[in-house]
Design a binder for this molecule. Structure first.
Ligand code: F6P
Length: 359
């Protein structure tokens, strides 16, 4: 008898169910043993409080195109891992106990950066853990791609695309805020795919005078409108030069809802143009996974299922250079994968005339 546990942790994304389907199908098709499947509810919380559902292979059919997660998810911040829950429960010992009580052979953890740190800790504590790289942000170190990313780019691209008509009809400047936490992968890809004039990402601090210059240049060239794509973590050169603490304080004290509103106000003041802010928000994590995500999620699931059957643990499934592989969890934990400002796509976008506000 084999016993496997599944959990989805952190922000949801479009291809979580497709990934779990891939794991379960692979395990079932490649072992003669009976398999018990435990689905922990709401991420690590389910593991801490032994809240789970037992699933059958049939529960995983029809999931390839279903967004969200059938298990529910939650955030259990890594920095609070050794702080007991409000009711006094010690998280790590409780998770280990659940794993042992259920006699699990492996825990499959679908999660992003913070969740991977916890997975690494559990692995160091002796649990058999296999992590799978989930996040729309694509910022997981050790893999070229994360599942959720291409679907989020698709949603964001359609959104930017749709704004063009109103921007054009009214001759407005639109500031569109795109998700991505502390990195600029989604804004970069969606900005290029959606035809943005300016893309501001955290990895390339901007100077507002360059942003204004780009808008004015577009005016001179006869563009009636301008589309400014702003990462939720976009940062000015001035802010980038601040001590981290001071910058954090500034963000915490922001009066407006987010960075896009600050940037929009500054553009309106400096240019006298009519400026609007548009924020697709969590829709970027919603809906069905796109075809690429379904394929990649399935690949991740298959590789994770195979790693389990081969007895390889303490790893995160990854894609590098177009090949599926794995990375030790200890290497992944605590690192972020940033956009390289010298990357081909940034260079090509600049050659196309897209401004990143840096020059
Ligand atoms: O990590 C995914 C993500 O959508 C980020 O892009 C964003 O910063 C964050 O989660 C939003 O978190 P929440 O769902 O808690 O509002």
């Amino acid at each position: 008898m084999l016993r496997i546990g599944l959990l989805t942790s952190g922000g949801d994304c479009q291809a979580l169910n497709a990934t779990m389907r891939g794991i379960v199908k692979t395990v079932m098709h490649n072992t003669k043993e009976d398999v018990e499947i435990y689905g922990f509810l709401d991420g690590y919380q389910g593991l801490i409080y032994k809240r789970y559902i037992q699933l059958t292979p049939g529960d995983f059919s029809g999931l390839l195109s279903q967004g969200g997660t059938i298990l529910g998810t939650s955030r259990t911040p890594f920095k609070m891992l050794d702080t007991p829950e409000a009711d006094g429960v010690a998280k790590v010992p409780a998770m280990k106990k659940t794993y042992k009580d259920l006699k699990l052979d492996c825990l499959f953890m679908l999660g992003g950066n913070g969740s991977t740190k916890t997975a690494n800790r559990l692995s160091q504590e002796g649990l058999n853990v296999i992590a799978l790289p989930k996040t729309i942000d694509n910022d997981t170190w050790g893999t070229d791609l994360t599942f959720g990313f291409t679907s989020a780019v698709e949603v964001a691209t359609d959104y930017i695309n749709d704004i063009h008509t109103t921007a054009s009809s009214h001759g407005r400047v639109f500031v569109i805020e795109i998700m991505g936490h502390k990195v600029g992968w989604i804004p970069l890809y969606a900005g290029v795919a959606g035809g943005a004039d300016v893309i501001l990402i955290p990895e390339i601090p901007y100077d507002m005078k360059n942003v204004i210059k780009a808008i004015e240049k577009r005016d001179e060239e006869g563009g009636r409108f301008a589309i400014i794509v702003v990462a939720e973590g976009a940062i000015s050169k001035e802010e980038a030069a601040m001590p981290k603490k001071e910058y954090k304080k500034k963000v915490a004290e922001r009066v407006k809802p987010s960075v896009a509103y600050d940037i929009a106000e500054e553009i309106a003041q400096r240019t006298g143009r009519e400026v609007r802010v548009a924020v697709p928000g969590h829709a970027q994590r919603g809906g069905a996974p796109d075809a690429q995500d379904r394929v990649f999620a399935t690949q991740c699931g298959v590789e994770a299922g195979k790693a389990f059957l081969d007895g390889r643990f303490g790893i995160m499934i990854a894609q590098k250079g177009g090949h599926m592989t794995s990375t030790p969890l200890s290497d992944v934990a605590g690192k972020l994968k940033y956009v390289d400002p010298q990357s081909d796509l940034v260079r090509e976008a600049k050659l196309l005339g897209i401004s990143f506000g840096d020059e």
